[in-house]
Design a protein around this ligand. Structure first.
Ligand code: IMP
Length: 193
């Protein structure tokens, strides 16, 4: 079966493709000729995920899933949360975002945080929601250059390295997105294949 993943981000597509069985052909937004920047106007991760999946299903009549992710830091009352991409401004720059987080956490000993991914799936006129969480801490400075976004300053609980240092297979197996995608994949295997 063919399924649209509502993203323009090649890093995300690559990560997610590795977790899907061959029987499911994933198409990106660009693959279906959608070059629009879908507005993420929701106030929660759940709302934004639904907005993106509904946009594709309504405009193109296709089965589609979308994800929305946030980094939630305890000492910052859950910020940056839904604003994770543009925490330091509309330029959506990962280095600026990490610098802002590190400045705000300066001298803070409580550095617990978690990534949360919400997936919204529109499949044959029904919709389903899946969630994945990974707990960790924000490090004092950047470590490693793998991954993207906040990866170099997020160390998952139980690991010595940040997501910026860990191999992609390890990140995929335990990450917020990995866990949410695993739930989506087992649902699709049980329901459609
Ligand atoms: P999105 O909803 O997947 O686009 O994620 C929103 C923002 O959260 C991204 O722009 C990144 O700043 C951050 N983010 C999402 N996933 C990850 C990840 O796996 N590692 C680090 N940062 C991430």
């Amino acid at each position: 079966m063919k399924l649209v993943f509502a993203t323009h981000n090649p890093n995300k597509l690559k990560e997610v493709q590795q977790l899907f069985p061959e029987e499911i052909e994933l198409l990106s937004l660009d693959d279906i000729g959608c070059f629009d920047e879908i507005p993420e106007t929701g106030e929660t991760l759940e709302e934004n995920a639904k907005i993106k999946a509904d946009y594709v299903t309504q405009m193109y009549g296709l089965n589609c899933f979308s994800d929305d992710t946030g980094l939630l830091i305890d000492a910052l009352d859950g910020a940056p949360g839904v604003f994770s991409a543009r925490y330091a401004g509309e330029q959506k720059n990962a280095s600026d975002n990490m610098a802002k987080v590190l400045t705000e956490l300066q001298n803070k000993t409580l550095r617990d945080a978690h990534f949360k991914t919400v997936i919204h799936l529109n499949l044959e006129r029904h919709d389903y929601v899946f969630e994945g969480i990974v707990e960790g801490v924000i490090t004092q400075k950047q470590h490693g250059s793998r991954g993207f976004g906040y990866d170099p300053i997020f160390r998952p609980k139980g690991y010595d390295g940040t997501f910026g240092e860990l191999p992609p297979e390890t990140k995929n197996a335990i990450s917020h997105r990995g866990r949410a995608i695993q739930k989506l994949v087992s649902f699709l295997k049980n329901s459609t294949l």
